[in-house]
Ligand binder design. Structure first.
Ligand code: SF4
Ligand code: SF4
Length: 526
């Protein structure tokens, strides 16, 4: 079995290495006819930019995307700087330079990969998926008797912040930086999924389609690992199936199919303020212009945040969203599962978590307040602050760096819920409802606790579950996402996720079931 797993790992690494190396390849040639069409489609009025590209790019051959991109972005930045200095605002090209360069590169790229998309898909995605499954599936046999096995988790370089963990960290962070800030460097990756995109939405793929597709693939492969690892736990099987369903159907397929019918791309499960640009003017305008469906989405988005989300948290806790529906939670629970023991349980981390997550919520609400005021009043500036600038800062710091680069890239170092715990404004909102107005709690049968610490170790939200269990105190914490792993790994059946009456949900914090408590007395008191 080990041999098979080693072959699987080898194939996975070959697929990954090939995938990575693709960004260094390709051929990019712009002929003058194509450039003219591109310029007129984009409505570019800058002669400076056009003449620069004609002189330095048109009819020249570039053999990698970096050289091509540097010519385009520097021409664009130089032209923009000149036009802005001369107050020629109609000539400024407002596209982000690297997105602009991506668009052009995507149209003019040629060569081996562009001409053999299917073959390279199999050599990268295909080999990676097959290798990963070959590594994961034999575990069904090697795991032996029922139970969750985390054997050797602190001795494995992949899961104890060893060299494999750091390698994964660098790869993930690098991937997110390219995805968010340098899409023009990953044109070859995007080519690979063009046929799939065309078959679903009718359009060539963008880097966001690549991301959505990759997201689903990674979740499916790692969900198979979850099914095997937690195969004796119905709650985990159902929960994994649920996040997989919502990711594939709601976050990936439905939005792409909507585009096919010329409707706005929309993920029906993505609630504001996680969906932070829902109230941005471009989105509101697009929804209003899209007729009945657009208006339905508008009403649905508001009702989801103001009514459905808190009502469901009241009945089931924030777990219904964070552990059963959300895409970020879904990735954390599948790709991130091997890293859950790395979440910091210290008091310092808890304090930081509360400041950060609520700070992001306040930031999101403040930005949205400014946005709506600007939308209805037409003012670009409110109390001396430019709405656009605040949106840009939020998009960069929270939407890209925190949610993407740190939120997922840091899994192998800080555990799998970095974003959900420290950054997600929706989690903060759900947490406030869960803490103060919900039927959800984890009850602890403290008398049975042997203080092994399994529950605290595997709590991805950094909650010291054992401290509650030792006292027999209910766990009512804003950050608990109800993943149920603490309960699953407890050898004594101490912990139970329950929804019940609010009365008595928060019990006293003094020691309830210590050595000096006579359990029979407590039973008699009842
Ligand atoms: S306390 Fe338990 S259910 Fe809540 S997040 Fe931690 S491990 Fe998951
Ligand atoms: S896993 Fe169970 S027995 Fe172990 S410390 Fe936690 S509650 Fe106690």
């Amino acid at each position: 079995m080990k041999k098979l797993q080693h072959i699987g790992l080898g194939l996975f690494l070959v697929g990954l290495a090939l995938f990575t190396s693709l960004i260094f390849l390709g051929k990019y040639e712009v002929n003058s006819e194509l450039f003219q069409t591109f310029v007129s489609n984009k409505g570019i009025k800058s002669e400076l930019f056009i003449s620069n590209i004609n002189a330095n790019v048109v009819d020249k051959t570039f053999t990698n995307p970096f050289a091509f991109s540097s010519k385009i972005t520097s021409a664009l930045e130089t032209a923009n700087a000149t036009h802005k200095a001369a107050n020629e605002w109609d000539k400024v090209i407002w596209d982000k330079p690297h997105s602009f360069s991506f668009e052009l590169a995507k149209q003019v790229g040629s060569g081996l990969i562009q001409e053999n998309k299917g073959l390279f898909w199999w050599l990268t995605f295909g080999l990676g998926i097959f290798g990963a499954l070959l590594y994961i599936v034999p575990n069904v046999i090697t795991l032996g008797p029922p139970g969750i096995k985390n054997n050797g988790i602190y001795l494995n370089a992949a899961t104890n912040r060893g060299w494999i963990g750091w390698f994964a960290f660098v790869f993930l962070v690098g991937f997110y930086i390219l995805l968010y800030f340098r899409p023009d460097y990953i044109v070859n990756w995007v080519y690979l999924v063009d046929p799939i995109s065309e078959s679903i939405s009718g359009n060539a793929a963008s880097q966001w389609f690549l991301y959505g597709f990759l997201y689903c693939v990674v979740m499916i492969v790692m969900a198979i690992r979850m099914y095997i690892k937690y195969r004796h736990n119905k709650y985990q099987i159902l929960r994994t199936t649920s996040v997989l369903f919502f990711q594939i159907v709601f976050a990936f397929l439905i939005p792409e199919i909507l585009v096919r019918f010329e409707k706005p791309w929309y993920d029906f499960k993505n609630a504001f303020p996680l969906d932070y640009d829902f109230f941005f003017s471009w989105n509101l305008d697009q929804l209003i212009a899209s007729g009945g469906l657009g208006l339905f989405i508008l009403v649905w988005g508001i009702v989801l945040t103001l009514v459905i989300v808190p009502l469901m948290v009241y009945f089931f806790g924030k777990r219904w969203y964070c552990s059963w529906v959300c895409g970020c939670g879904g990735l954390a629970e599948t790709l991130g599962d091997p890293y859950r023991q790395l979440s910091d349980k210290s008091l310092k981390a808890w304090k930081l978590e509360r400041w950060l997550v609520h700070g992001v919520l306040v930031f999101a609400l403040f930005m949205t307040g400014l946005t709506l005021y600007s939308y209805f009043s037409g003012a670009q500036q409110v109390i001396g602050l430019k709405t656009q600038t605040i949106q840009d800062i939020y998009g960069f710091l929270i939407g890209s760096i925190f949610a993407g680069v740190i939120g997922t890239g840091f899994y192998p170092i800080f555990g799998n819920r970095v974003w959900c715990r420290f950054g997600c404004p929706l989690a903060a909102y759900l947490g406030l409802v869960q803490r103060f107005k919900s039927r959800f709690r984890i009850t602890t049968n403290g008398g049975q606790c042997i203080s092994c610490g399994n529950c605290s170790t595997y709590c991805e939200q950094g909650i010291d579950v054992r401290a509650y269990a030792q006292k027999g105190e209910n766990i009512v914490r804003a950050s608990c996402v109800g993943c149920g792993i603490c309960s699953a790994v407890c050898p004594r059946g101490v912990l139970k996720l329950e929804n019940g009456p609010e009365k008595g949900r928060i019990n006293p914090t003094e020691i309830l079931l210590g050595n000096d408590v006579d359990l029979m007395d407590l039973i008699n008191q009842k």
